[in-house]
Design a protein around this ligand. Structure first.
Ligand SMILES: [Zn+2]
Length: 215
């Protein structure tokens, strides 16, 4: 028997009667002509920080890759399995996106795990531990800072990891070349789940600021 959770089926019916009904022309055109999103978003798997919801994006507008703690690994052409790098390669080389946004968020469980250096792995594979070791040097520095509160350390590492991911994006030759030519912009953002505030990284300083309201 075909099975899917009832809540998803109910949501799907709402989608068909609502969004799909009102945007069916757009879906059909996207099916016919293919996707041409201008922006790639690299976001966390967290169920509370969905880029399409936060940016009010319609079908075909955002090319999204989500992983634990929205990390970009460095460029490593070693023949291993690199899912985020594969999505990045496709977005940049095939879709020719104009923008890449790395979006982190508050209360990130992955970042919390990285700060909790003495925690036991969740399973023998310790996939999260291996993945979060990408930011181990920063995590060790921040977790050792006794002047900061736990929540300050958490927010600091969430934002540091966004800057780290943007630096790693530039280790990919295709990204750095296109950025140098002015055909690709890299941005950072941090979403506060509780208040809904979006903080945007200042490219010059690396600080996170509230965007100016446009009338
Ligand atoms: Zn997260």
């Amino acid at each position: 028997m075909a099975h899917i959770p009832d809540s998803l089926l109910a949501g799907y019916r709402n989608f068909m009667n609502g969004r799909y009904a009102s945007e069916s022309g757009r879906y059909r055109a996207l099916a016919r002509e293919g996707q041409t999103p201008e922006t790639m978003v690299i976001a966390c798997c967290d169920s509370r920080a969905a880029p399409e919801a936060i940016f009010d994006a319609g079908p075909g507008e955002l090319f999204v890759v989500r992983n634990v703690a929205n990390l970009v690994p460095p460029y490593e052409p070693d023949g291993e399995f690199h899912s985020t790098s594969a999505a990045l390669e496709f977005a940049v080389q095939s879709l020719k996106v104009k923008n890449i946004v790395v979006m982190g968020h508050g209360r990130c469980g992955g970042i919390g795990a990285a700060l909790n250096v003495n925690a036991a792995p969740l399973s023998p594979g310790d996939f999260i531990g291996k993945w979060m070791s990408l930011i181990a040097p920063a995590a060790e520095t921040v977790s050792g800072s006794t002047l900061m509160t736990q929540s300050e350390r958490q927010t600091a590492l969430e934002r540091i990891s966004i800057r780290y991911s943007i630096a790693n994006l530039r280790t990919f030759p295709c990204v750095s070349i296109l950025e140098g030519k002015g055909r690709l912009t890299l941005s950072g953002a941090w979403f506060d789940i509780s208040s809904g505030e979006l903080w945007v990284m200042n490219r010059a300083t690396g600080d996170f600021e509230r965007p100016e309201e446009k009338a």
